[in-house]
Design a protein around this ligand. Structure first.
Ligand code: PGA
Length: 217
């Protein structure tokens, strides 16, 4: 942001980026950083949750970052949990393109190697689309809901093509739960069963790991 104040940022939710968001808020409050000219696009959202639901990713972003920094709310974008078809979902890709494309895409990684909500599959999906969540993701996210039944079964997610179009990618992972996914992404076959493995073909990607997440490398 200091190098390019009008940057287009691709942002992620989950527990992993919380420390980063707290630090960005601190820097912004200290006057060392400004979001005033940037545009943001989030990776994903649950289908069926609107932005006022406390487990929606719009709500998460507002509370953990947007309300704590000087970003213009109208310059923040989270995919709509109300879309009904992939054709509708793809309009989000068009919005990103119209904004000039993503300069820096922040990613977490799922225990199963997913990025965004691109779950293990037989293919990589290019564009923004509706995803059926796997049982492993539903269980991993269950901790945020009253019961497993309350976890949405579908999400809207940027596709792998949309993510790979970003000029730079920064993937963060912490904790031993992520070690196997990181090993598969870094050393395994480039294969949609571990969606993050495709990142090795990107020309400007950094995996930033703690010792536990890097434990199997
Ligand atoms: P987490 O989720 O940061 O809560 O571990 C990451 C992800 O599922 O992509």
């Amino acid at each position: 942001l200091n190098e390019k104040p009008e940057a287009v940022l691709g942002l992620a939710t989950g527990s992993t980026p919380l420390g980063l968001y707290a630090e960005l808020a601190r820097l912004c409050a200290a006057g060392e950083l400004s979001f005033a000219k940037c545009t943001t696009f989030n990776l994903d959202e649950y289908i069926g949750l609107d932005g006022t639901h406390d487990q929606s990713y719009r709500y998460f972003m507002n509370k953990n970052l947007f309300e704590k920094v000087d970003v213009r709310m109208e310059a923040t974008h989270v995919p709509s949990g109300a879309v009904k078809s992939d054709e509708e979902a793809e309009q989000y890709d068009a919005q990103i393109k119209a904004a000039g494309g993503i300069d820096l895409q922040l990613l977490g990684i799922g225990n199963n190697g997913h990025i965004g909500f691109n779950e293990p599959a037989d293919t990589f999906v290019y564009g923004c689309h509706i995803v059926n969540l796997t049982q492993s993701t539903i269980q991993a996210n269950r901790r945020f809901f009253d019961s497993e039944d309350d976890v949405p079964r579908q999400a809207i997610s940027l596709g792998i093509g949309s993510i790979m179009n970003a000029r730079r990618i920064l993937l963060l992972a912490t904790g031993a739960d992520k070690a196997e996914a990181i090993r598969n992404a870094v050393y395994g076959d480039i294969n949609p069963r571990t969606q993050a493995s495709i990142l090795r073909t990107h020309s400007n990607v950094i995996f930033l790991l703690d010792k536990a997440a890097a434990g199997l490398l």
